[in-house]
Design a protein around this ligand. Sequence first.
Ligand code: 13P
Length: 261
Amino acid sequence: MKQKPLIIANWKMNLAGSEVDRWLEKFDANDPAVSQANVIICPSFVFLEKLAHHAKGTGLAVGAQDLYWEDKGAYTGEISGKQLIDIGCQFVIVGHSERRKLFGETDEVVNAKALSALQYRLRPIICFGENYKEKEEGQTKKVIVDKVRENFKDIRSTDARKVVIAYEPLWAISTSTEVEEPIADSPESAQVVHKLIRKTVAELYDDNVAKEIRIAYGGSVDSSNVASFAAMDDIDGVLVGGASKEASSFQSVVSEFVEKN
Ligand code: 13P
C-alpha cells in the first residue's frame, strides 16, 4: 500500500496581504482528503509565521522556499534553518529549478542547504531534474543519477529517509523559460524517472531508505491531470506551482490525488 501522499503548494513569489487571508479562508483544511495526505504550504518568508499559526491544530504543515546554510551571522538578506524552525516550519524547499537557474545555485550549494536543514530537523525538499537539451540528447538518466549522488553527499542514512525529492523536468514547468511553450510530460515517463531515482537511492543507502523516501513530481500539474500522475507507483506526491495560487484549484489537486492514490 502507498504511504500518505505529499502534496506541496509552492506559491513562489505570489500572493500578498489580503490574498493570503482569502486563500486561507477558502482552503478547507478539514476536508477529508486533506487528512488523507500530508499537505504542505510554502509561502514567501514574510507569511511563514502567519501560515504556521493558521496550520496549528490542522493537518497542514508549513515549508519555506529556501534557506541559507549558516545558522547566524553577517549574511544580509538570508534566513537560516534555526530561524525557520523557530517560527514553526517543518519543511524547506532547496534547489528549486528557479533558484538554480536565476540565482546560480549549484549542486554543492543545494547539498549544503539540505545538510543544514537536516541539522535543524527541517525536512528538505530537494529539487532537481534535467533541462530540455539534456532530455533531447538522451542524457536524462545520467543527469538524474549524478544529481542524486551530488545532492545527497554526506547525508547520513537516518537523515536521508526524511528527505523529500521533487523531480522537476525543467521543460515541463508551466512558467519555464527553457522552451517556448512548456511541453506536457506523461505520467509514464515521469514514473520511469521516479523509479530510477528510487533505485539510485537504494544503491546509495539501502532498500528501506529507498522505500521510505518520498518522491514528488514537480512538473506542471493541475486538477485535470494530477490523477494520472497519482496513479503511478513511484510518484508519492506533487510539488504544485501555478495551480496552488488559488485555494479552490489546490483543493481540487489534493482531492484528485488522494482519490487516485
Ligand atoms: P507549475 O506547477 O506552475 O508548472 O510549477 C511547477 C513548479 O515549479 C513547482 O515548484
